[in-house]
Design a protein around this ligand. Structure first.
Ligand code: AMP
Length: 493
């Protein structure tokens, strides 16, 4: 089925044709007519399915064909923000806005993107000038709302993109504040890769009799991706990665590490092997992140090392290789990570370097994706069969990260008052192994106010106590314990 049969105007079909896409993806085939109908939409689609065009194309169509849209000229007429697209990260916001510009180039609509980590004044100027379609991360949008530099009273269409990620990152309060500033009569579209109870609750409150679409089975991994596990000793991961890159002549590799510190370390080591690498994570300035991403995209940077949050929204056509240098703490992140390759029908390869410490994590991942992944031992890197597992470092730096993990359940589960030593937190969101450990870990920050909070993973397995968040909340954006902390973390603001 061609794009022209979906009810889109010539101007939009022409812009799509310019990009070289000829056939709509399944999410586009379903979402475009549903959105053009004017009703609300709940869409289950993960990144890589073509979801961005799935909402951008009908959005452009609706706005340009309404009387207001028709009256617009490119230079005159006061513009009001008629569509608001919220995304979890800066990178995704920038990419979505780029799509709006690309697909909207033959319409008279204009767009802007606002996110944190960069100066606010140019954004204020742009907003003053008039914007039809605004793409924003929640934190910075809230800043503008508080300063009175953005007017959302004319929004006709709201889109929450990667809503599950926004909730994971602790943006629910910000989102609710934004919702309160929108006119009650509007069209709402919610896109999410997964449907947790929290997402369902958000959807129930937000959407009015929505059409529902689900293109990829929940938590399924994209079929065209070849996945492989390379068992390896923990201290041989780096030489193994260098070996794989060199022997297979990989030219564009996205590598995931669990921590920012781990990412920096790996970059240094790869550079030592003569492999050009850069890291992208929350401690890097926005300009460093943008530079690394653009060099990686244009092929001048061979290896991009990223943490999960920073990698969100990286959109590169046909990225051939994704490497899990460390397995993610949260099994769902595995699906997100490998979704970076084999995008929109292209084939890709995802390999995971797994040491003895990570066997439980691997089990959780295989359970989630309902597959046993093939193991391939690389000659010269055979793992030591007598190696014993060690606790996993869940995040970079600071005291307590070795003890805090929900996985090991050490953050108080042994009867030590969690907050007393300042190490209480634990990983509020990861899956506790020891009964009782989860509650202790989650309570650590709340009880004492002095602990290290928790890592606030996405599964929220640690339950209520962590979420009620009365205390210090070191790295626990989801808990909402201390909003200012997570905002300063540079995750999308
Ligand atoms: P998304 O899921 O929106 O992040 O898109 C994933 C990738 O698919 C992006 O690189 C898009 O440019 C690409 N894409 C979007 N629509 C199509 C299409 N109809 N055919 C082929 N590729 C597409």
């Amino acid at each position: 089925m061609p794009f022209s049969s979906l009810g889109l105007s010539d101007a939009i079909v022409r812009a799509v044709a310019d990009t070289g896409y000829t056939t709509p993806t399944p999410i586009q085939t379903q979402a475009i007519p549903a959105v053009l109908n004017g009703g609300d939409l709940l869409a289950g689609a993960q990144t890589g399915t073509g979801k961005t065009a799935g909402f951008t194309l009908p959005l452009l169509q609706l706005l340009s064909s309404s009387p207001v849209g028709k009256a617009l000229t490119s230079t005159t007429s006061p513009r009001a923000i008629r569509a608001l697209i919220l995304t979890p990260t800066r990178e995704l916001a920038a990419q979505v806005e780029e799509s709006v510009r690309i697909y909207g180039k033959y319409t008279k609509l204009n767009s802007a993107v606002i996110f944190g980590g960069v100066g606010i004044n140019p954004q204020i100027k742009q907003l003053k000038h008039g914007v039809d379609i605004l793409v924003a991360t929640p934190g910075r949008l809230l800043d503008h709302m508080q300063q009175g530099t953005v007017d959302l009273s004319k929004v006709e269409i709201l889109i929450l993109d990667e809503a599950d990620r926004m909730l994971d990152m602790g943006f629910i309060r910000d989102i609710r504040k934004v919702l309160a500033a929108l006119p009650p009569k509007r069209q709402n579209l919610l896109f999410s890769a997964t449907f947790s109870d929290e997402i369902k609750a958000l959807a129930d409150g937000l959407l009015n009799n929505p059409a529902t679409i689900e293109v990829a089975r929940r938590n399924s991994t994209v079929e065209v991706i070849a996945q492989k596990i390379h068992p390896v000793d923990r201290d041989k991961k780096h030489p193994m990665l260098a070996h794989l890159i060199k022997t297979h002549n990989w030219t564009q590799v996205l590598v995931f590490t669990r921590t920012k510190h781990g990412a920096n370390n790996l970059v240094d080591k790869l550079e030592g092997n003569g492999i050009k690498a850069m890291a992208i994570h929350g401690n890097k300035s926005q300009s460093a992140r943008t530079r690394a991403l653009s060099e990686f995209k244009d092929g001048t940077l061979q290896v991009l090392v990223a943490t999960d949050i920073a990698a969100r929204g990286i959109d590169i056509d046909q990225l051939p290789h994704v490497v899990n240098y460390d397995l993610p703490n949260v099994p769902e992140d595995y699906v997100h990570r490998i979704g970076r390759t084999g995008r929109a029908g292209a084939t890709g390869e995802a390999v995971s370097l797994v040491c003895v410490d990570e066997h439980d994590m691997l089990k959780d991942i295989e359970k989630l994706i309902k597959q046993t992944l093939p193991r391939e031992v690389i000659p010269g890197f055979e793992p030591d069969p007598t190696a014993r597992p060690q606790p996993i470092q869940l995040r970079s730096g600071g005291p307590g990260h070795r003890n805090g993990g929900g996985r090991g359940g050490n953050g108080g589960g042994r009867g030590k008052p969690a907050g007393a030593g300042g190490n209480g937190g634990g990983n509020g969101g990861s899956k506790p192994r020891a009964p009782g450990a989860s509650a202790s870990a989650g309570n650590g920050g709340g009880r004492s106010g002095g602990g290290n909070g928790g890592n606030g993973g996405r599964s929220g397995g640690a339950g209520g106590p962590a979420r009620s968040g009365g205390g210090g909340g070191g790295n626990a954006p989801r808990n909402g314990a201390n909003p200012s902390q997570h905002r300063s973390g540079g995750r999308g603001r």
